[in-house]
Design a binder for this molecule. Sequence first.
Ligand code: SF4
Length: 224
Amino acid sequence: MYEKKRKFHKNLREWSKKNLKNYPWRNNPTEYEVLVSEILLQQTNSKKIKQVYPIFIKKYSSIQELSKADENELNRIIEKIGLMYKSKRLINISNKIVDRFDGNIPSIKEKLIGLKGIGQYISNAILCFGYNKRVPIVDTNIIRIYRRIFDVKSNKNRPRTDEKIWKFAEKMLPENNYRDFNYALLDFGNKICKANNPKCNRCPMTDICYYYGSVVGKNESEIN
Ligand code: SF4
């Protein structure tokens, strides 16, 4: 397992050198920028968020400004992505942060999760991308990568909530550069190890991938 993990890190690092996406919310973001971008990104895609994020951040550049936002005005900014319930959610969260934490976004998981609208994923995104802490990120793309490469299984209907998966993801973290590692995982699942038609022919993981070895590679050798 140690050797496989080492190769996984090396392959992912090499791949990410040329393939990491350059989103505006990834440019050394503050914890506030991570909070806003992650809530906006829920249930939609980065292509849409790219259209509204710069306008949003320009208008509301801090948690204090967001807490005073007019909901209708905020709706007008995010109407391109639909999902207007997010305006209220963002205002509510920022109000609570101002009231409970004096406007400082907590850097402790339990405090973040105590805020309605912030779950395990967003809290860890804030801790990792905003505070550069060594915590895992787990979403459906990342679960798929771990399932295919490492044959990690979950019995839960919603594997995202499976403690076993989170523990595995924690074990997979590198000793440093965890922010780049988590960004790379997200992009790798999005571009290469896709849910449908994974791009195995362009993938640097074929030599360590359980799925490739047991399904894709096997089929190819049977055809040849
Ligand atoms: Fe995913 Fe295919 Fe790469 Fe395995 S070889 S990680 S299944 S893209």
